[in-house]
Design a protein around this ligand. Structure first.
Ligand code: KG4
Ligand code: ZN
Length: 353
């Protein structure tokens, strides 16, 4: 029998993503982003994102089918991000996925967004190592995960206790007068700057913090420190060296991300690490992580860029792996759970169901 054709639906933040995967082969990855509509607010506005998902959902489904050269009646299963994410945004995708599953008479697989970020690399670099570590860094999340089995066992080692890494990039970019989303602009500006020009704080790395928050991250103190530094220059009537501030800020972020990811690998004896999320596009992060992984003997996997940012193919990939391992489909009344815990790969059925 041919491997199942799985349609994945992603709508947890500002990307409406529809992916089509057969087994572990990527057929289509259609994404509609509402990022431009959020630019003037400097961050994602949940109501705006929900409306954009509503408008983009059907056209994106159609685009994915055209890209893959399939029709909806050929789809064998539907997978959907049930959480975590923005409640209203998730609801649009979950409702669309349930309607598709019901209408087509195929099983539904609700999945965890972070698990999907990890599963996606099966489409790019083949079977996932078991166990593996994953460092997920985006505008919405910063997670260090220990993954013995992507379909049944994901353990959260650490996460940000305040801002996500991408969020810090976006906020610092704003202070430096750079456009939203700021990550790529800081990345570019930093190329001409000196990363040692200003010693910004490395969050949660003191001895005391390493006891309590060994694998956790914090970027809000760093962000405040950059803001204070820039404001002091402005008050003194001195020009702000944008490239040096960008490079020094970036160095503080990637130093901590890479150090803690490598530490997690060596302390757990897990020598395969995957990087994911929108910030994975960052040049300095990739460079330093490659360097530190090579020194520690860790094999690093980084999915290609359009698979790192939020998309539907990653959801279809996790759905496909669940089917391959014989997991049961989800009931049609699964909730959209904005705070679905990392370790909960599948959403729970409604109480009393
Ligand atoms: O995964 P993503 O597209 O969406 C979610 O946040 O879920 O990630 C977007 C984030 C934004 O904060 C953006 O500034 C950041 O990823 N980003 C970068 C780079 N490209 C995108 N941050 C640093 N360097 C980059 N090159
Ligand atoms: Zn994401």
């Amino acid at each position: 029998m041919a491997e199942p054709l799985v349609l994945g639906v992603e709508s947890s933040c500002d990307e409406t993503g529809i992916g089509l995967v057969r087994g572990t082969t990527l057929l289509a990855n259609a994404v509609a982003s509402s990022v431009d509509q959020h630019a003037r607010f400097g961050g994602v506005v949940p109501e705006v994102a929900s409306r954009a998902h509503l408008e983009a959902m059907v056209p994106t489904i159609q685009r994915a089918c055209t890209e893959a050269g399939v029709t909806l009646d050929q789809v064998d299963a539907v997978a959907v991000t049930a959480g975590p994410g923005l409640a209203g945004a998730l609801l649009v995708g979950v409702a669309a996925a349930k309607s598709l599953a019901l209408g087509l008479g195929v099983p539904l697989y609700g999945v965890n967004h972070l698990g999907a970020h990890v599963a996606v690399d099966v489409l790019d670099h083949g079977p996932l190592p078991e166990p593996m570590m994953a460092l997920l860094v985006s505008g919405g999340h910063t997670n260090l995960l220990h993954v013995p089995d992507i379909t049944s066992d994901i353990r959260s080692l650490g996460q940000t206790i305040d801002d996500a890494a991408g969020e810090a990039y976006d906020k610092v970019a704003r202070v430096l007068g750079l456009p939203y989303p700021g990550g790529p602009h800081i990345d570019r500006a930093a190329r001409d700057g000196d990363p040692t020009a200003i010693r910004f704080p490395r969050g949660l790395t003191s001895r005391k913090d390493m006891d309590r928050h060994r694998y956790d991250f914090s970027f809000s103190g760093l962000k405040s420190s950059v803001v204070r530094w820039v404001q002091a220059r402005e008050r003194a009537g001195e020009p702000v060296p944008v490239a040096d501030v960008a490079a020094s800020f970036q160095e503080a972020v990637v130093d901590v991300l890479t150090a803690k990811a490598v530490l997690a690998c060596t302390e757990h004896g897990v020598m395969d690490l995957q990087l994911g999320g929108g910030v994975a596009a960052n040049n300095r992060l990739r460079e330093l992580l490659e360097e530190r992984c090579a020194e520690a003997g860790i094999r690093l996997r980084v999915p290609r860029r359009d698979l790192c940012t939020d998309n539907g193919a990653m959801v279809a990939a996790l759905g496909s792996l669940l089917i391959a391992k014989g997991h049961e489909p989800s009931p049609l009344d699964i909730p959209a759970d904005s705070s679905q815990p990392v370790g909960q790969i599948r959403p729970l059925a409604q109480v009393g169901a």
